[in-house]
Design a protein around this ligand. Structure first.
Ligand code: HEM
Ligand SMILES: *[C@@H]1O[C@H](CO)[C@@H](O)[C@H](O)[C@H]1NC(C)=O
Ligand SMILES: *[C@@H]1O[C@H](CO)[C@@H](O)[C@H](O)[C@H]1NC(C)=O
Ligand SMILES: CC(=O)N[C@H]1CO[C@H](CO)[C@@H](O)[C@@H]1O
Length: 325
């Protein structure tokens, strides 16, 4: 009887612990800074909203920055680091057009003023990304925090860990799996392409000489290809194209409509129709029964935010996001 009471009270005690601190396996939890820096999330949000008022297009590069951070060495803020010899992730080819680093600096500076040495740069990026998506009429989500910052950045790791726009579905699935993300995360997170821009050089092959016979990609709607050829001449290296034309400032499910119409900008977008599971997700989002994308996106962003994190005593909390302490 006593043993039972003991077991029961232990059980209740455990339940209470879980309620107070629902920490996940990686040591992250929503509200990690509630006690150590209670205003952290509010300060981050206000800074981002300010920056986006001045530059409404900033949301897209910020979201992409988080993806690049998490896929290279885990979400450890390594994408923000700078090396004197420029052999850092920022200077890797896939970084083309990564921007918004000043916004991260500003948020970090405001947080250092409020509670010095407490909030990591990797968490700043995770929070800022959520607030940017929410500011574009996307749905908000609870961001897990408690990440610590890494001390290493390497140009070659960016090249080998980031998927490329020419990747096929098999390759995309494998690369996401290597980061602990499944097919569902792949198709949901690809929906990030509902905002922002891509540049002509990345799709010239799809438009002009796909198989070396002067043809275009058969997986691209021919009318859409013709319209894109007007915007991207064969030698164009600079023009930016809206990935979701007309809706590039709104975080919504229209990306999936485009993909289903074979109007995804990249081969990696079109590839989502080449797997039964990812294809069925795409088609489900455009049914009149209603899209689940906005809710799903928050869930998959939390999953992505867990990749290779440093927690506890690992790593450090950088003072300046561009440099190790
Ligand atoms: C599935 C593999 C992915 C590939 C191959 C890919 C590739 C690309 C490429 C090539 C660009 C255009 C860059 C440029 O021309 O400036 C781009 C833009 C972008 N990507 Fe992805 N991406 C992928 C997944 C993701 C994920 C998971 C997210 C976030 C959840 C994301 C968010 C974005 C955003 C927001 C932009 C627009 C950036 C801007 O306007 O500056 N992408 N992506
Ligand atoms: C997909 O891409 C990988 C890596 O580039 C390649 O090895 C593979 O043959 C491709 N698969 C298909 C079905 O094209
Ligand atoms: C298309 O590609 C083929 C094979 O690589 C090449 O011989 C040809 O010159 C290219 N055509 C154009 C118009 O670039
Ligand atoms: C913003 C940024 O750092 N861009 C760099 C991306 O990488 C290329 C080299 O691949 C550099 O030339 C850019 O300056």
């Amino acid at each position: 009887m006593a043993a039972l009471a003991m077991a029961l009270s232990c059980f209740i005690f455990l339940q209470i612990l879980l309620l107070i601190a629902p920490t996940n396996a990686q040591g992250l939890k929503v509200g990690f800074y509630d006690k150590t820096c209670p205003k952290a999330e509010l300060i981050a949000k206000n800074s981002v909203l300010d920056a986006m008022k001045k530059d409404p297009k900033l949301g897209a590069p910020l979201l992409r920055m988080f993806f690049h951070d998490c896929f290279v060495r885990g979400c450890d803020g390594s994408v923000l680091l700078e090396l004197k010899n420029k052999q850092d992730e920022k200077n890797a080819a896939p970084n083309l057009s990564l921007r918004g680093f000043e916004t991260i600096d500003n948020v970090k500076a405001a947080l250092e003023k409020e509670c010095p040495g407490v909030v990591s740069c990797s968490d700043v990026l995770a929070l800022v990304t959520r607030d940017a998506v929410a500011a574009l009429y996307g749905q908000s989500w609870g961001v897990e925090t408690g990440r610590r910052d890494g001390k290493v950045t390497n140009i070659n790791e960016a090249l080998s860990n980031l998927p490329t726009p020419g990747d096929n579905i098999t390759s995309l699935i494998t690369q996401f799996q290597a980061k602990g993300l499944d097919k569902n995360d792949l198709v949901v997170l690809s929906g990030g392409h509902t905002i922002g821009h891509g540049h002509c050089p990345l799709i010239l092959n799809r438009l002009y000489n796909f198989t070396g016979k002067g043809d275009s990609d058969p997986n691209l709607d021919p009318n859409y290809a013709a319209a894109l050829r007007k915007k991207c001449k064969p030698t164009d290296t600079t023009t930016a194209l809206e990935m979701d034309p007309g809706s590039f400032k709104t975080f919504d499910e229209s990306y999936f409509k485009l993909v289903s119409q074979r109007r995804g900008l990249f081969q990696s977008d079109a590839a989502l129709l080449d797997n039964q599971e990812t294809k069925s997700y795409v088609l489900k989002q455009i049914k009149s029964s209603g899209s689940t994308f906005l809710k799903d996106f928050g869930v998959s962003m939390v999953n992505m935010g867990r990749i290779g994190v440093l927690t506890g005593q690992a790593g450090e909390v950088r003072k300046n996001c561009r440099n190790v302490n």
